[in-house]
Write a protein that binds this ligand. Structure first.
Ligand code: J2J
Length: 537
């Protein structure tokens, strides 16, 4: 047990057990149960592979035994950086069964984040593809290993070179030690507000509840077919309800390697997909494709959209143009999930981000002094509950800021509650850019920018963007006005910053607008950077 971890107080935990939120099972045991009840029914389709629940369970047993044979044991952390394909699902489930803790990271992440996550969580192994989208992940893993003494083992899907080949990991099933169902099952990456990444510890019991309850609210059942189009390292397609929620319901999961319509539309038609999830930035691309593409999407019942603000005008086009219901999802990898109901009127579905999914989600909306706001007023959303974390992984100092003394997570989201009890996300208090649903901590990029010899001070601000929702603008004070965006990108690439975190715009300034207490006034910066005609009213 990691004693630096903040868990729920004992009485609270007991009430979650008593109310049946937390079942006394590990996620590995949940998979066993699904295999017993669903047997030969199809669980997973990835490329040409089709696996029944029984076959999936058996493959996971053999992979868990083989990973155990490579020295991966209960409680060990393992970095998992794989695209949406069979090895990702098998690896994740096998680690959960072993009681080893997968650190779920997107394939887009590069050296900088991986090194920081490695230093934080000290993984014993990593599982990576040989190449993905033209990038050499094996070489990246080798560079990470060179600076990370804990990392003993590199497992490669594809051409493994001197490393362990994923394809060769196969062994007779073993009787393995049982993880504590209330221990950490997996670590998710937080959107973050700090210059170093934060990891979110989710336990077996809370994550199983998360998936099960989200599946109920999304109307998933044994006849449902869920298309995982977003990268599965994200909480949304992984368990909200995503893959794990679909398994809980006995449905069928189809994996798409990319969320583009060219790949997803034919999959929807071929596999008769009923449910899928997108971030708002992808919705207009699907709608646009629909203007000339006549692939049969008639099986689609529910399109879930979350991760960033969905414009009501775009929301209103979903049913008429895609022929399915919209379900807005306001969620966070730290826990709380809100959904609009499948039977809710348009006034809720198109204009709000829904209600918390659990009666025991304990939510407060507070002003800057921590006092509850009047009904209908906007304020910061604080939350605690049966599937919301009480602290980040190995981050004691930060936890004192990110959580209240009585255990509420400070979401950093500015929300208000409608008379019907639905939440509307009005904005953000945290210093972050939400770029097409991917979160960028301003502090992380600012710390890197000032490492450039020509930059003395830097501030990263979000600007509205018609395609991305928000784009990132780097404002800098420095001595070299000829420094341009392309040169800045080359500098950031060399520092191992992934492309989606590169600023979209660079502005040289002579000085900062300051707030009353002498901090950079980012709101004033934003106003200065936007032509008056583009400013929201
Ligand atoms: C506005 N902002 C939103 C929404 C999230 C389901 C869905 C999303 C996430 C997710 C997730 C929003 N409208 N509908 O994990 O399981 C912003 C808020 C929130 C932050 C969380 C899931 N839905 N957001 O996006 O951990 O600012 O999770 O605090 O990546 O995204 O980001 P993340």
């Amino acid at each position: 047990m990691d004693h630096t971890l903040a868990f729920w107080p004992p009485e609270t935990a007991q009430s979650y057990r008593d109310k049946g939120y937390w079942e006394p099972l590990t996620l590995g045991e949940q998979l066993r149960r699904w295999a017993v009840t669903q047997g030969e029914r199809t669980a997973l389709i990835a490329g040409d592979a089709r696996l029944s629940y029984a076959a999936l369970d058996a493959r996971v047993d053999r992979l868990a035994a083989a990973l155990h044979g490579r020295g991966i044991a209960l409680g060990d952390r393992v970095l998992v950086q794989l695209p949406n394909d069979l090895p990702l699902v098998l690896t994740t489930l096998a680690l959960l069964r072993l009681g080893a803790v997968p650190i779920m990271v997107m394939t887009a992440l590069r050296e900088r984040e991986l090194a920081a996550l490695g230093a934080l969580a000290e993984p014993v192994a990593c599982v990576v593809p040989d190449r993905f989208h033209g990038f050499d992940h094996r070489a990246l893993a080798e560079r990470i290993q060179a600076g990370l003494p804990s990392l003993q083992e590199i497992v490669v899907v594809g051409e493994a070179g001197p490393h362990t080949a994923f394809a060769a990991l196969d062994a007779e099933p073993l009787d393995l030690p049982r993880p504590d169902p209330e221990s950490i099952a997996l670590l998710l990456l937080s959107g973050g507000t700090t210059d170093v990444p934060k990891l979110i510890p989710r336990t077996h019991v809370d994550y199983a509840y998360n998936a099960r309850r989200a599946a109920e609210i999304s109307g998933l059942d044994a006849d449902s077919v869920y298309l995982a189009a977003l990268p599965v390292a994200h909480n949304f397609p992984l368990a909200s309800p995503g893959i794990l929620g679909t398994f809980c319901a006995g449905g069928r999961v189809v994996l798409a390697r990319t969320p583009g319509f060219d790949e997803t539309f034919p999959l929807i038609a071929r596999e008769r997909v009923t449910h899928t999830a997108l971030v708002p930035a992808l919705v207009p691309l699907w709608l646009q494709a629909r203007e000339w593409d006549d692939t049969d999407l008639s099986s689609l019942q529910v399109l879930q959209v979350g991760g960033a603000r969905l414009e009501p005008e775009t929301a209103a086009r979903i049913r008429p143009e895609l022929g399915c219901a919209l379900q807005q999802v306001f969620g966070m990898a730290e826990g709380l999930l809100c959904f609009t109901g499948l039977d809710d009127p348009d006034s809720i579905v198109l204009h709000t981000q829904g209600r918390p999914m659990c009666a025991d989600d304990d939510v407060r909306i507070v002003d800057a002094n921590g006092h509850e706001v009047a009904p209908g007023e906007a304020g910061e959303l604080l939350v605690r509950g049966p599937y919301t974390i009480r602290g980040y992984y190995r981050a004691e100092a930060h936890n004192r800021i990110a959580f209240t003394s009585d255990g509420y997570y400070r979401s950093g989201d500015k929300v208000r509650r409608t008379a019907e009890g639905a939440f509307v996300v009005e904005g953000r208090i945290k210093d972050q850019i939400n770029r097409a649903g991917e979160k960028i901590a301003a502090a992380e990029i600012e710390a890197l920018l000032v490492e450039h010899p020509a930059i003395r001070e830097a501030a990263l601000v979000a600007l509205p963007d018609p395609r991305l929702g928000e784009s990132a603008c780097a404002c800098v004070l420095g001595d070299d006005p000829t420094l341009d965006l392309a040169a800045l990108h080359r500098f950031l690439a060399a520092r191992g910053l992934p492309r989606h975190k590169w600023p979209d715009r660079l502005e040289h300034l002579d000085g900062w607008p300051l707030t009353a207490i002498g901090k950079i006034d980012k709101q004033a910066l934003r106003t200065r950077l936007q032509p008056a005609t583009e400013r929201p009213a």
